[in-house]
Design a protein around this ligand. Structure first.
Ligand SMILES: [Ca+2]
Ligand SMILES: [Ca+2]
Length: 205
């Protein structure tokens, strides 16, 4: 568990426009994030049947790569290898994201380069319209916020896509609701409906 980690961490963050350095006191190392495209929109489902972050949407609907890469380096300058995925997770700045568990974990433990990535579809319900995403190290959110919006068919965030969500989505078909515009193209139409119906009955594993 993360409580076993006991060294000093500095965090470095990068963005598409340039690099922001953030020195972050955590348990252990220097952390660097490559957040990819911002702003962007990611489609997720509680069962993990959403889209990978490589298939995110920019405003207007163009496909962009929103893969997040976190690089961890120890205070000695060596890659922090083998940090369990469970020690680091993605969360929202508000209460809109309903992850399966306490947050959306990276795809695996830190590799030989000390890197962890979020590329696979997120396991989550809810939506983060109006919120941002942050990476939490051992439960403590880093300062850098990502302008990435997560949208899921589980509109009410109870981690199950059922009749309640169908009612919300049906209303969105007639009048635009941003949380139901899964491909961020500015309309809620058949393409969003297909994403929605594919999620009916789905819940966390
Ligand atoms: Ca629901
Ligand atoms: Ca749409």
């Amino acid at each position: 568990m993360w409580t076993t980690i006991a060294f000093v961490v500095l965090a470095t963050l990068t963005s598409g426009q340039g690099r922001d350095w953030e020195y972050y006191m955590w348990g252990a190392a220097l952390a660097e994030v490559d957040p990819a495209a911002e702003p962007s929109c990611v489609f997720a489902r509680p069962d993990g049947g959403g889209l990978p972050l490589t298939h995110a949407y920019a405003p207007g609907g163009a496909i962009v790569d929103a893969t997040l890469t976190l690089s961890l380096v120890t205070s000695d300058g060596d890659p922090l290898v083998g940090l369990p995925a469970e020690d680091v997770w993605l969360m929202s700045t508000g209460s809109g994201l309903a992850p399966c568990g306490w947050g959306c974990l990276p795809d695996g433990p830190s590799d030989e380069n000390g890197q962890m990535v979020w590329r696979e579809p997120l396991l989550a319900g809810g939506h983060t319209v109006g919120e941002s995403l942050v990476i939490a190290l051992a439960g403590t959110p880093m300062q850098r916020e990502f302008d990435i919006t997560v949208k899921t068919p589980d509109q009410d965030g109870d981690r199950l896509v059922n009749l309640t969500d169908i009612t919300i989505f049906a209303q969105a078909l007639g009048s635009y609701v941003e949380s139901c515009d899964f491909n961020d193209d500015g309309t809620v139409n058949l393409s969003d409906l297909a994403r929605f119906t594919g999620g009916i009955g789905r819940t966390c594993p």
